[in-house]
Ligand binder design. Structure first.
Ligand SMILES: NC(=[NH2+])NCCC[C@H](N)C(=O)O
Length: 639
């Protein structure tokens, strides 16, 4: 348990206030984790006196601001729903009544019916800096959010499955998978920091007729050595080759058909038919066929793991379409039929949503197949059984699917079918987190690029840039590794800059630039604070003993006001699940930092001042690092 020392100091400023009293009074209020909770609680108490409105109504509507010039907290007078007086008059009246000598806040300013509250500098500086330095990597975490019962930790944590990345074996790891990986990794970190029990799951595309085709290709042209060495590329090459052959063959058959020839024989011997038969062997659990396929899968996973490690990502489970049991799918299929959810149509089974759900919704959900005419299952069929199986196995409280918006319909169909099966409770726990396209990611020749190649290109580019500053370059311990990290940061920051749903263009020049809000700039900002710390050469104890009352400059106050917002920023992000919320915050921080350096010199200042300013920058260093790690970036200390 971390001590509440610094926040206790803040509490002491307010007469009659105790930590216990406010934590009990306001649900989710934890000043020991979030300094703003204390500010909100205190402000609520003061405003309740002034307005006569009940505290529990005021507390939740005090909101944060978009920029520091709008204050630290605001209140919209109409939100208190007082009848009989105009909101702007009320706002003015309340501002006048606000105590001149409040320990934490200055007298509020009024614009129309908005009251803006600005914190006083000294108390926030003297409480928040020590708090951040004591909490370190925990600052911004809130373990209470993930508790089943926030008041009783013994009831345990809530559990969430985050399913993300989910590439298809033997097919390229395309931009959609990259986005799913980046966004999913972030969401998993976010929930972990909020105290949830997080299961990171990768649902591999590793089943279906195309895997029969792939196995055929391997029998024909496969090379064991190449498979061991570079499974992902080798399997992809085979996959492309056999698909080309199959296309040619199909054209030939079509031509003969047109010429009036009998093609029955040809069709029976075609690659397409052979692949179907091979896949049938797999679904019939033929040992040799399964062993072969398992090798492809296992070797591919080994390679994926390397790539994920570069991105700071691990998975707790590699599930996959192949893991869904045929018996289970049969069982669910029968149940769907009995409940009238699916019906036969020319030998196949489909779900006619239009019949099941009247109106627009039913129409929008279309008529997906759940069994083909030859009796085999489909992508949707597997997802239905998989979802129920996961619930059975993990009893999750929430499950998030991080999948491209191209599959919006698929996931809507899935959740609806689960609901129609009588599991509305389970369907309600599921959420699709979608995202737009990445444009311009294929090479000039139009061929696809593998993620590893992209990351290598970007790293090379960063390496070139680093070399341009010879002096600095010489001091970087592992330039190749650092260039790799910077390259990955470039790609990730570009990906997370906009709202998830927006498409964006993959732009190597823009993402690797140091101009603007880019990955390299963010890393540079972090490395710069690290270098101040290195050059100051103060011990942690010296920094801890700093006299923080020396920090009176507006630049120092503003940095701390931003630092104090971090726990709230994380909490808000849990609602939006938008990485850009965190990124926007971090860039605000870096801008405040970079404009402060001229005003708050550390090295070269008188010793006591140096200690105090170092404490400030050390706190900023911690928060920047925490934010970057939450996004999945590896902060660098030199570059
Ligand atoms: N449960 C799911 N369907 N998850 C998404 C899987 C994504 C799929 N492998 C694809 O690449 O399109």
């Amino acid at each position: 348990m971390t001590s509440h020392f610094s926040i206790d100091n803040l509490v002491k400023q307010v007469e009659g206030l105790t930590l216990e009293a406010i934590t009990d009074k306001y649900p989710g209020c934890h000043p020991e984790l979030n300094p703003f909770d204390l500010y909100r609680a205190h402000l609520t108490n003061v405003l309740a006196d002034i307005t006569g409105v009940e505290p529990k109504i005021i507390y939740p509507i005090l909101s944060w601001t978009l920029s520091l010039d709008k204050g630290d907290l605001t209140l919209a007078a109409p939100a208190l729903r007082i009848k009989g007086k105009k909101p702007d008059e009320l706002a003015k009246e309340w501002a006048e009544k606000f105590p001149e000598n409040d320990p934490l806040f200055q007298k509020p300013t009024v614009v129309n019916y908005f009251l803006s509250f600005f914190v006083r500098g000294a108390p926030i500086i003297e409480s928040v800096i020590p708090m951040i330095r004591q909490s370190g990597s925990e600052y911004g975490h809130n373990k209470f959010l993930g508790l089943k019962d926030p008041k009783d930790a013994s009831q345990g944590k809530k559990r969430i499955i985050v399913e993300f990345s989910s590439p298809n074996i033997a097919k390229p790891f395309h931009a959609g998978h990259l986005r799913s990986t980046i966004i999913g990794g972030f969401i998993a970190n976010l929930y972990e920091g909020a105290g949830w029990d997080v299961i990171r799951m990768n649902y591999l595309g590793d089943w279906g007729k195309q895997y029969g085709l792939l196995a055929l290709a391997f029998e024909k042209y496969g090379d064991d050595e190449l498979l061991q060495k570079d499974p992902i590329n080798h399997l992809f090459t085979l996959y492309v080759r056999i698909n080309q052959e199959m296309t040619l063959e199909k054209e030939k058959i079509e031509e003969r058909k047109k010429a009036g020839e009998d093609v029955t024989e040809l069709e029976a011997q075609s690659l397409d038919e052979e692949a179907r038969r091979y896949f049938k062997k797999m679904t019939d659990r033929d040992e040799a066929a399964l062993a072969q396929w398992k090798r492809f899968r296992d070797l591919s996973i080994v390679r994926y793991k390397d790539t994920y490690a570069r991105l700071n990502i691990h998975f707790d489970e590699y599930s996959g379409e192949s893991r869904v049991s045929e018996t289970e799918m049969d069982r669910v299929g029968k149940e769907m039929e009995e409940k009238g959810i699916c019906q036969e149509d020319k030998g196949a089974m489909l779900v006619d949503f239009q019949k099941l759900i009247p109106g627009k919704e039913g129409k929008r959900l279309e008529k997906p197949l759940v069994r083909k005419r030859d009796g085999t299952a489909l992508y949707l069929t597997r997802d239905i059984s998989e979802l129920l199986g996961r619930h059975e196995k993990y009893k999750f409280d929430k499950m998030i699917y991080v999948v491209a918006s191209a599959q919006d319909l698929h996931l809507k169909q899935l959740f609806k079918i689960i609901e129609l099966l009588g599991h509305k409770d389970i369907a309600d726990k599921c959420q699709h987190i979608n995202f737009g396209l990445v444009l311009g990611m294929s090479t000039r020749k139009g061929t696809v690029k593998f993620l590893d190649d992209i990351l290598r290109d970007v790293a090379d580019k960063m390496h070139e840039t680093m070399k341009k500053n010879e002096d600095k370059y010489k001091q970087v311990e592992d330039p190749v590794g650092t260039a790799d990290t910077l390259g990955i940061s470039s790609v990730m920051v570009q990906d997370m800059s906009g709202k998830r749903i927006n498409n964006y263009t993959f732009n190597m020049e823009a993402m690797t630039s140091f101009e603007g809000d880019t990955g390299p700039y963010l890393q540079y900002a972090h490395a710069r604070v690290s270098s101040i710390k290195r050059r100051a050469g103060l011990s942690d104890d010296e920094i801890a003993s700093a006299d923080l009352s020396l920090l009176t400059e507006p630049h120092a106050v503003n940095i701390v006001r931003l630092l104090a917002q971090w726990p709230d920023t994380v909490k808000n992000t849990l609602n939006s699940l938008e990485p850009t919320t965190v990124l926007t915050y971090l860039f605000k921080m870096t801008h405040a930092l970079s404009s402060s350096y001229d005003h708050l010199q550390v090295v070269g200042s008188e010793r006591e001042l140096m200690k105090a300013r170092m404490a400030l920058y050390d706190a900023a260093h911690i928060v920047l690092g925490n934010g970057m790690r939450l996004l999945g970036l590896s902060p660098v200390n030199r570059m």
